[in-house]
Design a protein around this ligand. Structure first.
Ligand SMILES: Cc1cc2nc3c(=O)[nH]c(=O)nc-3n(C[C@H](O)[C@H](O)[C@H](O)COP(=O)(O)O)c2cc1C
Length: 193
């Protein structure tokens, strides 16, 4: 018969969930303003996430995008609570992520502006449908994803997408750091990966 007490002793603690009861976790913490100062120091590529809404294409600028898994191919994006794009990502179960080129700063600004309508965001940019999702022409790379999971964490939602289509082009990425757009100073190879 298995020695259950020995097995229990070897079982690692669960990897998810807050460690309630641990003294450090119960401390008040540094507060949102200081955390935002920390987040501002994260250098990130700039993307536009698009989805099909009830009345046409929707999209928003997102820097919180990360590769998550290669097998299966998964990526994740963090979208703020109340975003129109997030609502479409949830309801339509598909979305696209476009990695912007350094020349696309205006596009990034337009897709982030709270005063622009969805139609104004897409105006002047060629768009086609891939798997029913609006895909913008001219990005560094894009991917169409099937929405695998949407989970709320604080004031954002973590969206996990299963990569269903990919296009990788050439160019240099647009970056976001210290609340400013930036670009790489190193040369970037021309060849598409
Ligand atoms: C460079 C940059 C990066 C941004 N990154 C994010 C992000 O990672 N997640 C997010 O929810 N909003 C982000 N935003 C803000 C959204 O783009 C903005 O709130 C947008 O208006 C939301 O559009 P929607 O409500 O129409 O979906 C970013 C804005 C900028 C300028």
């Amino acid at each position: 018969m298995a020695d259950r007490s020995a097995a229990a002793a070897e079982t690692p603690p669960p990897v998810c969930g807050p460690p309630h009861g641990e003294p450090l976790y119960e401390e008040p913490g540094p507060g949102a303003a200081r955390c935002l100062g920390l987040y501002a120091k994260l250098a990130a590529g700039v993307t536009v996430v698009t989805a099909r809404g009830e009345d046409g294409p929707l999209g928003m600028t997102v820097s919180a995008v990360t590769s998550l898994s290669a097998r299966p191919p998964l990526l994740l994006a963090c979208l703020r609570d109340g975003s129109r794009t997030l609502a479409a990502v949830r309801s339509r179960r598909t979305f696209a992520v476009h990695l912007l080129r350094e020349e696309q700063q205006d596009l990034a600004g337009r897709f982030a502006s709270p005063t622009t309508t969805a139609a104004e965001r897409f105006a002047g940019t060629d768009t086609r449908q891939v798997l029913g999702v609006p895909v913008l022409a001219g990005s560094l790379a894009w991917s169409v994803c099937l929405t695998e999971d949407v989970r709320r964490y604080g004031d954002h939602h973590l969206v996990v997408g299963r990569v269903a289509a990919v296009h990788v082009g050439a160019g240099r990425p647009l970056l976001w750091h210290d609340r400013r757009f930036g670009a790489l100073t190193e040369p970037v190879p021309d060849a598409a990966g």
